[in-house]
Design a protein around this ligand. Structure first.
Ligand SMILES: Cc1ncc(COP(=O)(O)O)c(C=O)c1O
Length: 452
């Protein structure tokens, strides 16, 4: 029996109260640390006796706390206060970037080559004579942009809107759909900020390995038996592995998901510069897929725009919630995006960029293969390099002025082998020296001390 918790709850609640008051009082005691996470709560019977209420009232309070994700029940051992990640924990994301401007070649960034982005001048000039939009109550998305996006969407979206990038979309959709304790299927390895957001929302993560060609269907089938409420994945140019799902794999995954009612978030973060065709689960499950298309990689991260389209109720709830805050993404920038999307010259620039990224990636891969190093993936501008030891490999590269992202923040489940994530967006073709440095760094075993 946890006497201090029993006394604290009895003191805080008073007598002859209902389940809502009991649950709220315990919630406050958990928040202020009086009952720390991991602590066992008193038994239903003991608390009911102290509060002078029937055991069913306390049991009802327990159900409410469980629903809010504040406690877990472990059968006959009793109920415990759940531990949750503290908001001040910096999380995985901040382990990824290295100090900017420290390296002669920084491959840690995950960002596009500024030289391959389309110029914004003509698009801005085309908007020069447009009257500024000043109303808070206009549609959040420019109707003409909405029309163009709908025409290019991989399926008929029930609703569509524009937000401030794929990360903003993920943040808002996760806030809308994930309750504390919900089980969420995630890629392993996955994108660190997405995993951070899910962990902060209190989700229980179920890792689904990314294998050749994308998500592992067998692991997905196993994960579905835990009744998850959400799957978050990248349909193509997977960051970090570079895999893209082909039509067959998407069909296979859709077949498995048809037997469930879970929601799917598709993060198409590289869009037209992915270097692979888009196949979306939305073509089979349009009412359960929320597809995100970022324009950062193809048109510029500072446009800060992404479109979100698919399952109507979730997107409408997100739009309504956003209406209470910033409400819309700058219509000026939406106008720029519309110009870029409809200008044939820009389409050529973007196609050329996609080709350059593919060429740069395959050039490094070819040089690595010549040195006996194989890497996964067929698309995007990231490389997932298996190494003998993460720290040793980072130090060895750093000594040569090369920055790389550690692989561990991308990993979710146990038992992963060490990796580095390398962004090749700016690497010139034929960089044999780089391949040599990568191959050498990858071959250093654990335990060897590497001097800088
Ligand atoms: C998987 C993934 N999602 C989202 C993003 C960020 O997209 P945005 O710039 O649109 O927020 C990235 C950027 O690298 C990414 O790799």
């Amino acid at each position: 029996m946890n006497e201090p918790a029993l006394a604290a709850i009895t003191n805080a609640v008073g007598t002859n109260v209902g389940p809502a008051e009991i649950a709220s009082a315990i919630g406050r005691l958990i928040s202020d640390g009086t009952i720390p996470s991991g602590n066992r709560l008193p038994t239903v019977r003991a608390l009911a006796r102290n509060l002078n209420v029937s055991p069913s009232v306390v049991a009802d309070a327990w159900r409410r706390l469980d629903h809010a994700g504040l406690l877990t029940t472990e059968g006959r051992r009793g109920s415990f206060v759940r531990s949750r990640r503290q908001p001040e924990d910096p999380g995985r994301f901040w382990q990824v970037p290295v100090n900017p401007h420290t390296y002669r070649l920084d491959l840690s960034t995950g960002t596009p080559d500024p030289a391959l982005l389309p110029p914004l001048g003509p698009a801005l000039a085309a908007l020069r004579d447009q009257p500024p939009v000043s109303s808070y109550l206009d549609q959040p998305t420019l109707p003409a942009l909405s029309e163009v996006l709908r025409q290019r969407w991989p399926f008929e979206p029930e609703a569509l809107t524009v937000v401030d990038g794929a990360l903003d979309a993920l943040d808002r959709i996760i806030a809308e759909t994930v309750n504390y304790g919900d089980r969420v299927l995630v890629e392993d390895p996955g994108f660190p900020p997405t995993i951070d957001m899910l962990e902060l929302a209190g989700a229980e993560l179920i890792p689904v390995p990314v294998i050749k060609g994308g998500l592992d269907p067998e692991a997905l089938a196993r994960g579905l038996t835990a009744y998850p409420s959400l799957l978050v994945f990248q349909p193509r140019a997977h960051n970090p592995t570079g895999w893209s799902h082909d039509a067959e794999r998407i069909d296979q995954l859709a077949g498995l998901l048809e037997g469930s009612d879970l929601l799917v978030i598709e993060d198409d973060h590289s869009g037209e510069v992915s270097g692979a065709a888009l196949h979306s689960l939305g073509s089979r499950l349009p009412d359960r897929v929320i597809h995100i298309r970022s324009f950062s990689k193809a048109y510029g991260p500072d446009l800060r725009l992404a479109a979100v389209g698919g399952a109507g109720p979730v997107i409408e709830a997100m739009v309504h919630r956003r209406q209470l805050g910033p409400a819309w993404s700058s219509r000026l920038l939406q106008g720029v995006l519309l110009e870029l999307l409809t200008d044939p010259g820009t389409a050529d620039t973007v196609a050329l960029a996609a080709e350059s990224y593919a060429g740069r990636r395959s050039s490094v891969i070819k040089s690595l293969v010549e040195r006996g190093v194989s890497v996964p993936g067929t698309s995007g501008f990231n490389l997932w390099l298996e190494v003998g030891d993460e720290t040793n490999a980072l130090i060895a590269l750093s000594a040569q002025g090369i920055g790389a992202a550690p692989g561990s923040p991308f990993m979710v489940g146990p038992g992963s082998t060490p990796h580095l994530r390398l962004t090749l967006a700016t690497v010139a073709e034929g960089s044999d020296d780089l391949a040599e440095a990568l191959a050498d760094a990858a071959s250093i075993p654990p335990g060897r001390r590497v001097g800088v």
